[in-house]
Design a binder for this molecule. Structure first.
Ligand code: FES
Length: 573
């Protein structure tokens, strides 16, 4: 657009009427003159900074750096706080609130005089939530990833967020790690602002946002505290002003092909299993149907080439950045991508990544030296998961790829905590641990309980992986043969609800199969005797969640937030 009268914010500030008088006078009350904002794109900086979100502790500074860019480009920046979903301090799970932040993002954009937005986040659910809201609001938007924290060290060891916490906790439970060492690890594992620096959910969702074309090129790999990150924030401020004039909206960028690109990138980095749920939900907001099966299809033709924990052995996100970052990885993958997809730069994805060099081939591997020939996440089906379930074999023990064993069943998480380490628990390394009532409704909120702990008595025997099945998610930093997202979940009467101790469960990862070896007649008998559990929430947001959340294979968005029919813009008074 060429005229300031065409800016969305003009409807608030332009008219000579009483309502616009009010809008203008109150900006003046904050010290802004007409020259500061009239006729300029108003840029909302949606900031998820919070003292309760450790990963975003630098975002107040970054907001100032974005503002600098907005001013430079002739825009008017306004910083707006939105809910922060800090993974470490929220109970029962941030996933319960992903849709709430997405709604807040959408409505914050819709009701305010904004011509473009910068979305600041990065800790796991903030990325999909902000993007889902911005996709639904559909005004120009750039995502600014908060960036990973620096590599942590414990003596000569490097420590990766989450992954090494689980690893050393298992050693402590096995009696191999003393209290002092454990405290030293606690003191050093979170070394700086920024999100988890393994290839967990945060890193994965940042990579997905970038591959979708919703960030500046290279943005997702830059560690949070580097000067490059601050400079990138200022560039974002400059670019969003241009986008506002160009009216370049998410609907101009996101297509089925760009979601295929994002899934392919997620597979190549050995990304978090959580990506499936979030990508399906984001695509749903854009009116694009993505099924879990699409992940499996793309997984089969995408090698894992990011040698970063938990799929890789040695490296972390700072190494990934120094090795060339996501741009270099995407350039390696270019033959598997749709290069013509649009991005926030106004150029195509192919143009953005052209010629990006891999600096360290031990971190970003050549295609013929991939960690595994197939991508990081498989989708399995069978009579135990008619609508699918997921597993991340790249981060699991190879000997468990085909396994049949007797179920050891926990009815819910409190049951698991109470009985897992009892001496009389009838469990062996060949057992299949099963956790029920941990899905979207059962958890509630689809918590990250899917990496069921290995019983201490098996840890002490040296066992470090076994087959575990649940309708829960797991942290992207987790690992092991954990079968997740079983759908439909047990809480709504999915077959998982009817598994009993001793039932044989057959897992065949290469064949993508998960079978409960119990006859249909017996399952019918158990189903007939089954009493559905009660809904967790009698009132409030929890009840809204319970009434409208969809199942894992549908993305767990609220049914009323799916694309279809535009919400009207606010009336002009
Ligand atoms: Fe924020 Fe891991 S706790 S990304």
């Amino acid at each position: 657009m060429e005229r300031s009268e065409d800016l969305r914010s003009h409807r608030w500030f332009g008219p000579d009427d009483l309502r616009s008088f009010g809008h203008r006078s109150r900006l003046k009350g904050m010290g802004f003159a007409d020259e500061d904002y009239l006729g300029k794109p108003v840029i909302g900086i949606l900031n998820t900074w919070s003292d309760l979100n450790t990963c975003h502790s630098h975002l107040r500074e970054r907001a100032e750096e974005v503002k600098r860019g907005v001013w430079q480009a002739g825009g008017f920046p306004v910083e707006v706080p939105v809910m922060s979903l800090g993974e470490m301090l929220m109970k029962p799970t941030t996933m319960l609130y992903r849709n709430l932040l997405s709604m807040e993002t959408e409505e914050t954009i819709r009701c305010h005089p904004l011509d473009g937005v910068v979305l600041m986040g990065g800790c796991d659910k903030t990325t999909p939530a902000l993007l889902m809201g911005a996709i639904s609001a559909n005004i120009p938007a750039i995502f600014l990833p908060c960036g990973p924290m620096l590599i942590a060290r414990w003596g000569k060891e490097t420590l990766g967020s989450g992954s090494d916490a689980w690893k050393y906790w298992a050693e402590r439970c096995a009696g191999n790690l003393d209290d002092e060492s454990w405290t030293q690890i606690e003191n050093s594992i979170a070394r700086s602002p920024g999100h988890c620096m393994t290839m967990g959910t945060a890193s994965t969702m940042g990579a997905i946002a970038e591959t979708l074309g919703m960030t500046l090129p290279g943005a997702s790999s830059i560690p949070a505290v580097l000067s490059e990150h601050a400079r990138m924030a200022t560039s974002v401020g400059r670019r969003i002003v241009e986008m506002a004039w160009q009216d370049l909206k998410p609907s101009d960028i996101l297509t089925a092909a760009s979601f295929d690109n994002a899934i392919t990138a997620s597979m190549a980095i050995g990304g978090s299993t959580n990506a499936i749920v979030h990508v399906i939900a984001m695509a749903g907001r854009a009116g694009i149907k993505v099924d879990p099966e699409r992940f499996d299809e793309l997984s089969r033709r995408t090698p894992v080439i990011a040698n970063v924990r938990p799929s890789g052995k040695s490296y972390l996100m700072e190494d990934f950045y120094n090795a060339g970052g996501l741009k270099a990885l995407l350039w390696q993958l270019r033959d598997r991508l749709h290069p013509d997809c649009a991005t926030v730069t106004g150029k195509t994805l192919g143009e953005n990544i052209a010629g990006s060099e891999v600096i360290d081939e031990d971190v970003i591997l050549p295609l013929d030296k991939a960690l595994s020939e197939e991508g990081g996440t498989f989708v399995l089906k069978g009579n135990l998961a008619p609508n699918g379930c997921v597993v991340k074999p790249a981060a699991a023990d190879n000997r468990l790829m085909r396994h049949t064993g007797p179920a050891v069943v926990f009815e819910n998480y409190p049951d698991l905590k109470a009985r897992l380490n009892r001496d009389d628990l009838d469990v062996t390394p060949d057992s299949v641990l099963v956790l029920k009532n941990a899905g979207p409704l059962g958890g509630p909120g689809f918590p990250e309980w899917g990496m069921l702990p290995i019983p201490n008595k098996l840890l002490q025997q040296g066992v470090r992986d076994m087959v575990r099945i649940s309708d829960a998610r797991m942290s992207g930093t987790s690992y092991g043969m954990c079968i997740l997202h079983v759908s439909p979940e047990s809480h709504v009467g999915g077959p998982l609800a009817f598994v009993q101790d001793g039932d044989l469960i057959e897992l065949d990862v290469p064949a993508r199969r998960l079978q409960l070896q119990v006859s249909e007649e017996e399952l019918e008998r158990r189903r007939a005797n089954w009493t559905p559990p009660e809904i967790h929430y009698p009132r409030g947001y929890g009840q809204l969640f319970s009434q409208h959340v969809t199942q894992a294979h549908e993305g767990c968005d609220f049914d009323f937030l799916h694309h279809g029919g535009d919400t009207p813009e606010p009336a002009i008074h």
